[in-house]
Design a protein around this ligand. Structure first.
Ligand code: HEC
Length: 131
C-alpha cells in the first residue's frame, strides 16, 4: 500500500468514527460528564452540594434529604423496567422529578428546563461523584 492510500484509509477511519459518534442512538445516554458539571453547578449544587453529599445550602434543610451522590445508592425505578439506578432511571427521575415516584417534591421535574443532552450529561457527572 502506498503512502497516499494509507492516508486515505486513515481519513476514512477518522470520518467513520466521527460519524459513529454523531449517530449514537439517542437512548444510549452517552453523557459528557465535563459538560454535565456545568449543568450540575448551576441547577443541582444548591441542594446536592458541591461533592454530591446532599449538603448544599438548600439541601441541608430538606426531609427526606437529597440523595447522597458520593454513596450512589439510588431509589427510584425511573423507567419502570424493574431495575433501579441505571442511567435511564436517573435521567427519568431528573426529567420527571422525584415527586412522580413518590419522593420529595422539592426534587423538581427538569424536563422543561434542561434538554435531553443536558440531562444525560448531568447523569454522567453524578456518576463521577461516587467515592
Ligand atoms: C431543591 C433541592 C434539589 C435540587 C435543586 C435538585 N435536587 Fe435532586 N434530589 C433532591 C431531593 C430532596 C432528593 C431525594 C428525593 C427523595 O428521596 O424523595 C433528590 C434526589 C435526586 C436523585 C435520586 C433519584 C433516585 O432514584 O434515588 C437524583 C438522580 C437527583 N436528585 C438528581 C438531581 C439533578 C441532576 C439535579 C439538577 C438538575 C437535582 N437533582 C436538583 C433535591 C434536589
Amino acid at each position: 500500500m502506498n503512502r497516499s492510500k494509507i492516508q486515505n484509509h486513515l481519513a476514512l477511519f477518522v470520518s467513520m468514527a466521527a460519524l459513529a459518534m454523531l449517530l449514537a442512538p439517542a437512548g444510549a445516554l452517552a453523557g459528557d460528564a465535563a459538560a454535565g458539571k456545568t449543568v450540575y453547578t448551576v441547577n443541582c449544587l444548591s441542594c446536592h452540594g458541591e461533592t454530591g453529599k446532599g449538603d448544599g445550602p438548600v439541601g441541608m434543610v430538606l426531609q427526606p434529604p437529597p440523595r447522597d451522590f458520593s454513596v450512589g445508592d439510588f431509589m427510584f425505578d425511573g423507567d419502570g423496567d424493574g431495575k433501579i439506578a441505571t442511567d435511564a432511571d436517573l435521567a427519568a427521575v431528573v426529567a420527571k422529578g422525584a415527586g412522580a415516584f413518590g419522593g420529595n417534591q422539592m426534587m423538581a421535574a427538569w424536563a422543561g428546563m434542561l434538554s435531553e443532552d443536558d440531562i444525560a450529561n448531568v447523569v454522567a457527572y453524578i456518576r463521577t461523584l461516587k467515592k
